[in-house]
Design a protein around this ligand. Structure first.
Ligand code: 6PG
Length: 222
């Protein structure tokens, strides 16, 4: 397993601590790249409760993946963040939703123009996916920074736009949050370096896994 694994009781609280500490001092890339999913929602609600407009005024906000639905659709990762952060998102220095209709290359240019994805937040699916990098997807070997793709196994609806591994590797800090027994098998595969679980392919200069006891089970971090 690549990166640092911390077993914590409060994944959302530890996520907020790491984000607040990271952006507490000016970074080269003041970019916060968001995830989707229920774990992310809990993390964002916690972060919203502990930050103020001044904190957000220094940040550019991007997304690591998105479902190809309207931004106000309940399945949209933008809508998830907008609901969790509320008015704080309006205080951000800039906000860059992914819009599938504008194409993946354009989003890749947006990330490039921001100076890179900065702090990237990711989740872990029970099948081992992260962002919208699904098992068996040709996105797993894409060289472009952002691609459109579908889940080849058909387990996840909607076409997706997603950052790829080359783009994620440009992050200055990657935090993966993992909660619950349903992630135990996927996390075990990641810990064992089983690359059929896409999240096992994550690497980078600074990669932090924040996992709870339910997700870790009796796996031994390596
Ligand atoms: C998405 C997410 C996805 C998510 C994981 C974990 O668009 O669905 O980016 O990668 O982070 O599936 O989701 P849960 O926290 O809901 O299990």
């Amino acid at each position: 397993m690549i990166g640092e694994l911390l077993v914590v009781d409060d994944v959302a609280g530890e996520f907020s601590d790491a984000v607040i500490n990271y952006f507490g001092s000016d970074q080269q890339q003041m970019v916060l790249t968001l995830s989707g999913g229920a774990t992310a929602r809990r993390c964002y609600e916690d972060l919203a409760s502990r930050t103020d407009p001044e904190f957000w005024s220094r940040l550019d906000v991007a997304w690591g993946d998105e479902r190809c639905v309207p931004l106000d659709d309940e399945d949209s990762n933008y809508a998830l963040a907008a609901n969790a952060f509320g008015a704080l998102l309006d205080d951000a220095r800039s906000v860059h939703p992914m819009r599938c209709a504008e194409g993946a290359d354009r989003y890749g240019r947006i990330l490039h123009d921001l100076g890179g994805p900065g702090l990237v937040h990711l989740g872990l699916g029970p099948d081992g996916h992260t962002a919208s990098l699904f098992p068996g997807s040709n996105a797993l070997t894409a060289t472009a920074d952002v691609v459109l793709n579908n889940d080849p196994l058909g387990q996840h609806q909607h076409q997706r736009m997603t950052m790829t591994f080359p783009a994620i590797s440009k992050a200055s800090f990657v935090i993966v949050t993992v909660e619950g027994e349903s992630k135990r098998e996927a996390l075990r595969r990641v810990i064992n370096g089983d690359r059929t679980a896409p999240a096992a392919r994550l690497d980078g200069s600074r990669l932090l896994w924040l996992v709870d006891h339910a997700a870790l089970g009796d796996a031994q971090p390596r």
